[in-house]
Design a binder for this molecule. Sequence first.
Ligand SMILES: C[S@@+](CC[C@H](N)C(=O)[O-])C[C@H]1O[C@@H](n2cnc3c(N)ncnc32)[C@H](O)[C@@H]1O
Length: 692
Amino acid sequence: MLSHIAASFLALQLRPVPQSDAAARPATSTRVNAWTEWGTLRAVVVGHAWDAQFPPTQPGFVPAANEEGGASHLEEGEPVSSIVETSGAGAVIAEEIGWPLGPKKASTIAAANAQLDNLARVLAERGVEVSRPDRMDWSKPLSTPHFDVPNQYCTTCPRDVVATLGSIVLEATMSRRDRYFEVNSLRPHLRSLWRADKQMQWKSAPKPTMRDEMYTPSWWGLTTDERYARMHDYEFCITEEEPIFDAADIMRCGKDLFVQLSMTCNQAGIDWLSRELEPQGFRVHRVRFPYDLAPSHLDCTFVPLKPGLVLTNPERPILEEDAAIFRANGWRFVDAPQPDNPSRPWASQSSKWLSMNVLSISPTCVVAEEQETSLHTLLESEGFEVIKVPFRAVYEFGGGLHCATWDTLRDDDMDDFFPAAYGDAAGAENAPVSPEPAATEVAARLRGGGVAAAPEKTEKETETGYAGLESRADRAEWTGIKEELDEARLDIDGHPVMQRWETPYMGSLAAVATSKGGRVLEVGFGMGISASAIQAVDAVDEHLIIEANADVYSRLEDFAATARRPVTPIGPALWQDALDTVPDGSLDGILYDTYPLNKEEQHTHQFEFLRRARAKLKKGGVLTYCNLTSLGVLKGKYDSWEELFRETQLPKLIEAGWLPEEISFTTARTAPPADCEYYSHDTGLVPVLTKQ
Ligand SMILES: C[S@@+](CC[C@H](N)C(=O)[O-])C[C@H]1O[C@@H](n2cnc3c(N)ncnc32)[C@H](O)[C@@H]1O
C-alpha cells in the first residue's frame, strides 16, 4: 500500500475506514467487509452437499469420469472419522453408463456434509461466525428461452458464485447452465446481510443468456496436442459473446483484484469487472496461466496468502507479463509442493491441485487438507499456523476449502499492496498514488499540535524491538564483514539487517522516493527489495545506490548489470564518505534505508544523513527514510505515530535544516512474522520530506 492513511483517505468514498492502527477491526454494524484473501476472518458461509446432482453435459461443460478415482462414503449415524474412500470405480462407470444424471449417492453426500460440518465447527471454534446456504431442490430441470438442462448442481462451492469485494457483494454471471440459479441458495443470507449492514452494496452482474452462441463446443473435442498448440491463444469453451465470469476467478489483494482469463471467465467478463469496479477505486488486473490447458478458478493456481506472498502452482506458472506487478512490488511466489495425495474421486471435475486450495483465516493462519503434509511443512516454514482438516470427501462436489467457503467479513481495508508502478501501458494505470493529500493533512496536524498526551505506559508495554547492538568505534569495519543471506533475510555481523516481510513497506517508501521520477538516490542496498520497486518506475531516469558492505555491494553490481532503468552503484563505501560525490541540487528523490552500525546511533543515524542530503535535492525533490531498528523500539513507547513523530523525529528534522512545512508522513501496513527480532507492529512510518 502507498500508506495506510493515504489509501484510507482514498477509500473514504467507499466506506469509513478506521484511521488508527488499533481500529482495523470493522465497526460492529459492519456485516460485509473483505478486501483481501487473508484478513482475519470474522464471518463466512460454508457450503453443503445436500441434494447434490451430477452435472449434466452442456456446451460450457463436458463432465468426465476420472478412471482411477473412487468415492468417499459415510454410513448414516457414523462420525466423520469413519469416512471410507474407495478407488478404481471411474473406469467401470465411464464404460457402463458414460456420465450419470440425477442425484448423487446418499452416502457420498453424507461424507461430504460431514467434512463440511466439521469445517464449520472448526471455524466457529476459532470465533468465526458461520452460516450455511439454504437447501434447494437441484433435481429440478431448467428451461429458459435459450437453453434447457435436465437438472441443476449443488451449493457446495459458494466461492464460485459470489465475491465479497470490500463492502460489495457481487453475484457472478456464472458460466455453466446448471449453475444458473445457484445464487438463490445464498440469497436469504444476502438479504439478511443487506438489511443489517447499511453500507453493503449488493450487486449482480448481468445474467447471460447462456445460449449456444456463447460457447464453442468444439473446444471440448480438441486433443491435448491441439490444446498445447493453441496454448497462447487463450481461447476456451466460452466466446466473447457476453460477459462471463465465475466469482472464483477473482483474487483480492486490497485495492487490486486479479482476474483469470479462463474457461469460466472471458475477456468481456474482465472488462465488465474493470468498468464497474475501477470507478470505485479498485484496480482490476487480468492474469493468465499459459500452461493450464483448462483454466477455471484461481484458487488451485494462484493463492495470495499475505502481503508479499503468493502460493503458486509449479505446473501453471503465471505469464511473465502478468507477474510484472508482483515483481515490481517485491512479492514472492512460493510453489506449492506436489500433492501428497494426488488421487481424485471418480466424479471430481477438479484437478489434483485442490491440494493447494487453502482457506486463510488470518495473515498467519490457514486451513489446509489434512493429508497434504508437504504443504503443511512449507506453510509452517513460512511462519503460518496450519489448521488441518479432512476434506477429500468434498472434492467430488467441485472444490476444496477455499471453494467451499464465501468470506463475508474480514478485518482488512482497501490497502494498496502494489504501490510501485510497472511496465509502460500498465504503469499509467498503476502509477504510485501521490502521498500529498494525507501527508499535507498530517503535516498540518503536526504543526498545529493538538494531540492528546498519551497515558504513561508501563515498562512491559514499552519493551519492543531490537536491543542487540553493541558499541563500535570504527564504522568502516562494516565494509568487510561477511553477509549471511537467504531468501527470507539478510544478517550482517549477527544482526538482522533486512527481512523479506518488509517488501510491501519498502514498496511504500519507493513510491514516495520515485513520485517525482528523474534521478533517485538510494542509500543501503540490503536485499534489493526497495531497489526493485524503484526500478519498476518508468519515470526514473537514473538510480544511484550507495552501499557500504562489500558482499552486498557485489550483489548490487550484479543487480545493476541487468536492471531495466540505469543504475549507478557507488561503493563499497559509507554514505558518510560517498555522498559528496553527488552534486548539490541534482536529485529528484532519495530513499535512505541503512542500518545502525553501532548502539550509539540506533535512533539517530538518519538525522546526520538528512542534514546533508537536503542540499542534494532539487527544489520540489522528495526524501523518505526508514529506520525500523529504531521504530521497532520507539513504537512501543508512543500511542500514535503522530505523537511518536512529533516527539522523536520532528525536532531533529528541524535541527537538520528542514522547514516544518516541508515535513509530513504517512504510514503503511506491515505484517512482521511473530519471530521478527526487531519489529512487532502492524504499521510502519513513511516520512515524506519535500524540499521547497
Ligand atoms: C536495511 S538494509 C537496506 C534494505 C533495502 N532497502 C532493501 O529493500 O533490501 C541496510 C543496508 O545499508 C547498508 N549500510 C549500512 N550502513 C551504511 C552506510 N553508512 N553507508 C552505506 N550503506 C550502509 C547495509 O550494509 C545494508 O545493506
